[in-house]
Design a protein around this ligand. Structure first.
Ligand code: MN3
Length: 244
């Protein structure tokens, strides 16, 4: 028995070593066959939704929330992990890192990370800037900055609504902080993320039809009006404070 195993190992080594220099043979001998960390454990994971599916009723309905989270968001995470399979070392990077360094990623996975990594990050932010605990207006430093930038909170909302309502196709409407510290309202197409343009996302609404079609059908402005009721300004303020 021992002899059979030994000869099988010897045969394996002969195949492994064929054409190798002595240095390469030594490297093969000291290199573990499999990495120490299981790549499945390193993969990106869907964080739990921070509230129940029905928590944002009647503004966002439970069925939409459930499908959006368990199908759409989960799908983005799964596809992101698939895209990174050939570069498992990238599982160890944060999603923020990947999205801010798109141009440095291998070209073959750049579009995949942009689309699926964006979908993963954007939805996480979207869930986290909504709450069932109504807090309808920003306060403190962010409120002052919004007033100074847009004239008033009402004018900010008006401009945000206009941009969200007129976004063509699928995408996201954001309040961002630019590198020079100023605030702006911008739209991104598909799953593009402001991080990839060097901006910091503060607040976001999902303008893909899957975010509202079951309850609002083609009435996107009604969905946007409802969404303001569940914006978590405490969370947005926290994000803003972290950047100042
Ligand atoms: Mn979505």
């Amino acid at each position: 028995m021992m002899n059979r195993i030994s000869s099988a190992s010897a045969c394996m080594l002969t195949i492994l070593f064929s054409g190798c220099t002595d240095t390469q043979k030594r490297e093969i001998m000291v290199t573990p066959i499999s990495p120490k960390t299981n790549s499945a454990e390193r993969q990106f994971k869907l964080a739990p939704l921070p509230y129940a599916y029905n928590a944002l009723e009647p503004y966002l309905d439970a069925r939409t929330m459930e499908i959006h989270y368990t199908k759409h968001h989960q799908g983005y995470v799964d596809k992101l992990n698939q895209v990174l399979e050939k570069y498992p070392e990238l599982y160890d990077k944060s999603i923020e890192y990947l999205l801010t360094h798109l141009q440095e990623l291998p070209e073959t996975i750049r579009t995949g990370v942009r689309n699926f990594g964006g979908g993963y990050y954007n939805h996480t932010l979207y869930w986290n800037n909504m709450t069932s605990q109504r807090n309808g207006k920003p306060t403190g430093a962010l409120a002052k900055k919004i007033d100074a930038t847009f004239g008033s909170f009402e004018k900010f909302k008006e401009e945000f609504n206009k941009q969200a309502a007129t976004l063509f196709g699928s995408g996201w409407t954001w309040l961002i902080k630019k590198p020079d510290g100023s605030l702006a309202i911008v739209n991104t197409q598909n799953q593009d993320c402001p991080l990839s343009d060097g901006n910091i996302p503060l607040l976001v609404i999902d303008i893909w039809e899957h975010a509202y079609y079951l309850k609002y059908q083609n009435r996107r402005p009604d969905f946007i009006d409802s969404w303001w009721h569940v914006v978590d300004w405490n969370e947005v303020e926290k994000r803003y404070a972290m950047t100042t």
